[in-house]
Ligand binder design. Structure first.
Ligand SMILES: NC(=O)c1ccc[n+]([C@@H]2O[C@H](COP(=O)([O-])OP(=O)(O)OC[C@H]3O[C@@H](n4cnc5c(N)ncnc54)[C@H](O)[C@@H]3O)[C@@H](O)[C@H]2O)c1
Length: 431
């Protein structure tokens, strides 16, 4: 259930193993695309989709009636948050209700959507048991977090170990049996809530460490130190250190969202975890810091933000991916528009990018990626690297652009002739 960044790779890999897989998704465009044998997810090739649809091992539908026929059901639906950062479990609830209406004995349901500890047992289980069937006996229920890392060329669903927690030991064993077909290393924990917490620990670990390095990056700028040089040096320590890098802020469906799921749930326990909010505050402050870097870069050329031409390079949430959900570029662009700048962007992976209609910028605007040419770069007052895609030729960009703000050290090793490079985490160049 859910043929997105998580569900589609899983469906394709199970089909490649010889399982008969049906992808269920209300999004008819996605269903039609799979039926044509075409992928719409960057990490899944159309050749792989075409191969398994041709052999009949993978099919897609929007009709939930198909659920009756399944032996194993993976729930891979979105778990977003609201504007005020409250968990939105509506997709998980709707998917559970669709299953409950058709549940039959012997089925195994594995929730994979990232969520707070307690969801499987407190939210999903009662809905499924409203069918009259009992978990652990009539049907089986487990939680197994998805760890897929979009754009990662080394780790995918077939070589990333899985964690699983069942509502009963038998549920966990059955889920392990299925998952082991895909990835032999499946680690069982004592309960679904331990598995749910595992995923949150992994993402909060990232959020907190990124926040720490973002804070140190800002301090380094003031102290005249280049944090990138420092991280490289610290990384020579073979134990007790793991590099994290500063940037324009965190984005995507995981790191900026998941910690709030735990934060929200903690309040039920009279507990207010401080690291989660502190990290969010520091990471969400980065677009504002990028704005101050842009102002500094413009100032060096005697310009102000008002009417300045600013080109954003890369609007996806991280380099080399086609996913722009919660991308820091959104806030950077909104802050620039609010300041009166004329903003355009280029991204080889994202053709259209919507900003605004929120507290940061009142009007919704959909921008279209502008072709990257020498003329475009030369006509700008400032070029800002927000997602440092590998596809860009940074030496060429720096050679053409009058000033560059580099939020992620994409221009390392690049020589600046006339133009100046203002890096997040490094002292600003002197005119
Ligand atoms: N994207 C990632 O890198 C990633 C990594 C790990 C975990 N996760 C988690 O996995 C979950 C899914 O994320 P995603 O990125 O694949 O989301 P996505 O938005 O790419 O895909 C979700 C799909 O679910 C479909 N859907 C919604 N309601 C449905 C229903 N009732 N039945 C069937 N399909 C339904 C949507 O139409 C959509 O196609 C989220 O909880 C997310 O936090 C995502």
């Amino acid at each position: 259930m859910g043929l997105g960044y998580v569900g589609l790779p899983l469906a394709v890999e199970f089909a490649r193993l010889g399982f008969r897989v049906i992808g269920l998704d209300p999004n008819e465009q996605r269903v039609a695309s799979i039926q044509r044998g075409e992928s719409y997810i960057q990490d899944v090739s159309s050749a792989d989709v075409a191969e398994v649809t041709r052999t009949g091992l993978l099919a897609a539908t929007s009709d939930p009636e198909i659920l009756k026929e399944m032996d194993v059901i993976f729930i891979c639906v979105p778990t977003p948050f609201t504007k005020t950062k409250t968990p939105d479990l509506s997709y998980v609830v709707a998917a559970s209700e669709e299953i409950a209406q058709r549940l039959r004995p012997g089925q195994l349901i594995i929730l994979q959507s990232t969520t707070y500890p307690g969801t499987t047992e407190e939210d999903v289980l009662p809905i499924l048991e409203s069918s009259g069937l009992k978990a652990g006996g009539d049907f089986h229920l487990a939680f197994s977090p998805e760890r897929v890392n979009p754009g990662d060329r080394r780790y995918d669903v077939t070589n990333t170990p899985k964690v699983v927690g069942g509502v009963s030991p038998r549920c966990a064993e059955l889920a392990q049996l299925v998952l082991q077909k895909l990835m032999p290393e499946v680690h069982i924990v004592s309960s679904p809530r331990a598995a749910e917490m595992t995923k949150l620990l992994e993402n909060i670990f990232r959020s907190v460490n990124i926040a720490l390095i973002n804070e140190l990056a800002k301090l380094s700028e003031r102290m005249g130190i280049d944090i990138w040089e420092v991280i490289e040096a610290a990384s020579t320590k073979p134990f007790g250190f793991m590099p994290f890098y500063p940037g324009p802020g965190v984005g995507g469906h995981c790191v900026p969202v998941d910690p709030y799921y735990l934060f929200w749930k903690s309040r039920e326990y009279d507990f207010y975890p401080r690291f989660i909010e502190l990290a969010a505050e520091l990471n969400q402050g980065m677009p504002y810091h990028v704005l101050s870097k842009i102002s500094e870069a413009l100032n060096s050329r005697g310009k102000t933000l008002q009417q300045a031409k600013v080109l954003i390079l890369g609007v996806s949430f991280k380099p080399d991916v086609d996913d722009a959900r919660n991308a820091p570029a959104q806030r950077v662009i909104e802050l620039l528009l609010s300041g009166g700048a004329r903003v355009s962007y280029n991204d080889p992976y994202i053709d259209h990018f919507s900003v605004g209609k929120d507290v940061f910028y009142p009007e919704e605007q959909t921008l279209t990626s502008t072709p990257l040419t020498e003329e475009l770069l030369r006509s700008q007052d400032c070029v800002v690297i927000v997602a440092g895609h590998r596809a860009y030729d940074y030496q060429w960009i720096v050679d053409q652009a009058p000033t560059v703000v580099d939020t992620m050290n994409a221009t390392r090793g690049v020589k600046s002739k006339g133009g100046m490079i203002f890096k997040v985490g490094a002292p600003s160049p002197r005119p």
